[in-house]
Design a protein around this ligand. Structure first.
Ligand SMILES: C[S@@+](CC[C@H](N)C(=O)[O-])C[C@H]1O[C@@H](n2cnc3c(N)ncnc32)[C@H](O)[C@@H]1O
Length: 238
């Protein structure tokens, strides 16, 4: 697989440096983050920044499905604060915080990753408070197969401009695409994190099935700069 050997060398070398220089105080690492951030991770956030900036004038909220520890969620909320601090746009977070669990046959060998990416809602809530983002982020805890239809039926007002899909699995991705399609504004985007990834075939399968039905309404684009996100579906304006 592309990048496999480079990644292996990088991880081994960075482990050696951790040994050599020992543990560091958390905030001293954070404050010097470009020193420690790999080019892949940097590219990922720059890519997400590009897509968010390009859709900032599209009406509607931002949503992230699958937030794990909240890195991308906080990136979206903080970037929104910089790009458009005075609008009513918020970031909606949907996650069970249970990690990968609801597998379908379409997910293939991903079942070996059961429980991976389990998050801590308590730690995330503390960090949201630290950065005074309570009014900018709404958390919907639970399985998206339940929380999303329920939220949308109770909240007729909700429309979206930017929908980040990072739940990795077939059923959850299918639920997101099917339910969010009518609520995505024209010019808005679905951004997929594991599309075309061998490790998570269910996500690609769900996208393919969605496009078989709704493909005429979207333009597919390849994000630049990073491996992930891996696909943008932009809702056509006409
Ligand atoms: C790969 S992680 C997300 C990574 C995150 N976006 C980040 O930037 O670090 C996948 C997340 O999807 C969540 N998830 C998976 N299936 C789900 C489901 N059916 N309902 C809700 N959350 C789910 C997991 O709990 C996990 O937090």
């Amino acid at each position: 697989m592309k990048f496999e050997s480079v990644d292996k060398i990088y991880k081994a070398e960075r482990a050696q440096l951790s040994e050599k220089y020992g543990p560091r105080e958390m905030w001293s690492l954070v404050d010097h983050w470009p020193l420690y951030c790999g080019i892949g991770n940097l590219g990922r956030f720059l890519s997400i920044y590009d897509i968010l900036r390009d859709t900032i004038a599209v009406p509607g909220h931002i949503a992230e499905f699958g937030s794990w520890r909240g890195a991308n969620l906080m990136f979206l909320a903080k970037t929104l604060q910089l790009l458009d601090p005075h609008s009513s746009k918020m970031v909606h977070c949907f996650d069970s915080f249970e990690g990968l669990t609801n597998f379908a046959p379409q997910d293939g060998d991903a079942t070996t990753l059961t429980g991976q990416y389990k998050g801590s809602l308590e730690e995330l809530t503390d960090l949201i408070s630290l950065y005074r983002l309570q009014d900018n982020i709404e958390i919907h805890k639970g399985y998206v197969e339940n929380t999303l239809p329920q939220t949308l039926s109770q909240r007729e007002e909700l429309s979206f401009s930017f929908v980040y899909c990072d739940v990795d699995l077939y059923d959850a991705t299918k639920t997101i695409l099917d339910h969010m399609h009518p609520r995505l504004s024209k010019g808005g985007v679905f951004v997929l994190d594991e599309w075309n990834y061998a490790e998570f075939p269910g996500e690609t399968k769900a996208v393919r099935e969605f496009l078989e039905v709704h493909g005429d309404a979207y333009e597919a684009e390849q994000p630049t700069r990073a491996r992930q996100p891996s696909l943008i579906l932009r809702k056509k304006k006409y």
